[in-house]
Design a protein around this ligand. Sequence first.
Ligand SMILES: Nc1ncnc2c1ncn2[C@@H]1O[C@H](COP(=O)(O)OP(=O)(O)O)[C@@H](O)[C@H]1O
Ligand SMILES: [Mg+2]
Length: 505
Amino acid sequence: MSEIETTKIWLANFTTSAEAAKLSKEFLEYLGFSSNYQSARLAIGRSLGEGSFSETAPDAKGMSIKGNLLFDDEDKGGLLWLALLVENIHQHFPNKKITLEDLQHAVRDHWHRGIYLLKQDWDEVEGDYSKFVELLITRRAALPATMENQQIGKSFDKTFLDAKPIWLTLGQIKNSDESAQWLINGVGYSPNIALMGQAGSGKTRTMLNLIQQVYKQTNVPVILLDLGKGDLANNAELVKALNAKVLQIPEQAIPLDMFKRTTEADSAAHILQGFRDSFERSMQSKPGAKQLDAFREALKPLFQNQEEITIQNIKSALDRYYNENKIKTDSVMATINDLIQFKLFEPVSSPPEFFNQNWIITFGHAQETTKKLASCLLIDVLHNYMKCCQDAPTDNEGHRGLRLILAIDESKSLLANRHPGLSNLLRLHRSKGLCVMLASQSPDDYEGAADDYLEQIGLPVCFRTNANSTAILTNMFKSKQNFSSLESGECFSVIDNQTRKIKVF
Ligand SMILES: Nc1ncnc2c1ncn2[C@@H]1O[C@H](COP(=O)(O)OP(=O)(O)O)[C@@H](O)[C@H]1O
Ligand SMILES: [Mg+2]
C-alpha cells in the first residue's frame, strides 16, 4: 500500500458497471437516500462481507464518484474504507503490491456484485424497508446486539472543569447579621435550585444573580431558557455579563443539530422515540396510538438514513407517508403545519459545540406548541449530551467542577408537562457537573412530581405565595412555614439543614 498516497485516492474517480449504476439509483428511492455514494457504500460493504473475491464487473460505465465523497474524509471513515478494501485484496492476493488502479477495480467489482446482492435481499423481503434493514443487520452482517458506549462526545468535551468550592450568597438571614451562603457543589446533596413565588416576588432577579455569581467564579457555560414573556432578551446588562448569544424563537432558529447521535450506541430508533415523546407533549390534544404508530413509521427512514434533519425534512417525510397510505390530515399534520412556519432549529452546531457557549433563549412571540417542542427537544439533546460526558473531577474535599448551568425561567409549562427529560436532567447528571435552576410561580407546579425528583432540589427558595401545596413545601422546606406573610424581597430557604427566613433584596 506504500505505493499510493491517500491524497491521490481521495481525488481519484471510482465507478462501477452501467447496470450496477442503474440499480444503485433505484436503491436511492427504495431506501430514501439522497446521494449516490450512500447506495455505493452499502453495496461495497455488502460485497466485502462475502467470503469469496468478487468476480470482475462487465464494464466500468457507471456514474463515477470522487474518492473523498465515496469514502468520506480521512477522519470520518475514509481510511477505514481503504483499510477494508486493502485487507480484502490482501486476503486473496497476499503478495500483491496494491496500486490505485487495483483499488479502482476492487471498488468497481464489489460495488457491482454488492448492489446485485442487495437487490436479491430487497426482493427476498418483498420491498419491506424494516425487514430489509433487519435482514442486513441480523443475517448478513451478524452485528453484536449491544455495543460499548464509545463516548465520542468525550473528545469534544473542551470545558475546562475546575474543581473547587463555589459559594453563593443568597442574602441576609432575617434578624441576624449572618449572610445566607450556600455551597452549590458540596458533598452529599444536589446542586439544583428551585425558585418559587408569586409574580413580581423576585424569582427572576434572584436566579440571574445566582447564575452570575457562579459564572464569575467558574466561567461555566450557561443555557438560560426564558419560557415567559421573553424579557430576558432585552436585558443588555445580563447579555453582557454572560457574554451570551440571544435567540428569540420563533424569529430565529436554534442553531443546534437536535438529532445528532453523540455516541455510536445512540440508535436512530432511540432518537426518534425521544422526538416522538417531545412532539406528543407539545400537541394541544393528545394523539392516539394509531397516529403515534404512523408518526414513527413515517419518520423511521429519515432518522435512519439522514444526518442533519430539519423540521422541513420531517414535514416532507410525513406528507409522503400520509399520501402513500391515504391518511387524512389530522392533528399531527396540523401541528407540523404550525411548526413549519418557522425554522425552529437548524443543524449548524453539534451538541458539544452548542453547549459550550452561553445562550439566552426566549420565546416571546412563539406559540405554545413551538415553545413546548423546542424546549422539550433541547432538554432531550442536553440529556443525551450529558450521558456521554465524563464525570466531572472533584477536588480533595469532594467539590465537583461544574460543567454547565441550565436555568429555566417561568418553567411551569415544562414542569406541568412531566417531560421525562427534565426529570432525567435533575436526577442523573450531578456527577457530570450539571446544575439546573428552575423558577416557577407556584410550588403547585411540582405537584405530581415523584419524591425522588423533589429530592434533587438542593436549594429551595420560596418568596411570597398563597399556594399551599403542603406536601411539596414540607418536602422541600422540611417544616411548615407561613409563605403568604413574607414581605417583598424575603424568602424562605434551607441553609445548613435549617429553614431560614432570608432578606434577598
Ligand atoms: N436588578 C433589579 N434592581 C432592582 N429592582 C429589580 C431588579 N430586577 C427586578 N427588580 C424588581 O424586583 C421585583 C421582582 O422582579 P422579578 O425578579 O422579575 O420577579 P418574578 O420573577 O418573581 O416575577 C419587580 O418589582 C422588579 O421590578
Ligand atoms: Mg420572573
